[in-house]
Design a protein around this ligand. Structure first.
Ligand SMILES: [Zn+2]
Length: 178
């Protein structure tokens, strides 16, 4: 009995090692494909914030570094703007200076999570892991929905032959975030 468990563990270990090794090779072999296109902050700010009738642009932006739920909601409401999907390149959201932009096409919970994620960047958090943890603890379902949505949208409209490279790129992204 003990021997059987040992063999199963051994297989799992080598299986995981083989998987990680192949993912590493894939992510190195084809960096050209499915590169994350970064949206242009200058363009987004110009298109979506100029001519706003509210006082957003002139209001001083001095958020608290440790906001309570209410304060964070306020940052989201005042500083995070939903934009057309085509303006976001291949990202779900981006923080630009004192504004954050998220794709209007994101599913319900994912959108809440991504808005919080960018709001935490706006108030000064740079580390992706910290931001994910903070936004994820407010919207755990949103975090999961965002992961599934991002994986799905990476494959959407791609040829089968490009799949290995896409998997390699997802692995790179995964390493940044977790
Ligand atoms: Zn981020």
């Amino acid at each position: 009995m003990k021997k059987r468990i040992f063999i199963i563990l051994l297989i799992l270990f080598f299986g995981a090692a083989f998987l990680i090794l192949s993912l590493e090779l894939l992510s190195r072999k084809c960096p050209h494909i499915a590169r994350k296109e970064r949206p242009d902050c200058g363009y987004l700010i110009k298109k979506y914030t100029t001519g706003r009738s509210d006082s957003l642009r002139n209001e001083n932006f001095m958020p608290s570094p440790e906001p309570n739920d209410f304060e964070l909601d306020d940052v989201v409401r005042k500083r995070i703007i939903e934009v057309e999907e085509k303006d976001m390149g291949s990202l779900n959201g981006i923080a630009c200076g004192s504004y954050g932009f998220v794709s209007v096409e994101l599913p319900y919970f994912a959108k809440k999570y991504v808005k919080d994620h960018e709001a935490f960047h706006l108030i000064g958090y740079d580390n992706e892991k910290t931001v994910n943890y903070k936004a994820g603890s407010r919207h755990p379902i949103g975090l999961i929905q965002t992961i599934f949505y991002s994986v799905f949208s990476n494959f959407k409209g791609r040829k089968m032959t490009e799949y290995p490279c896409i998997i390699g790129n997802l692995w790179n992204t995964f390493k940044i975030y977790f």
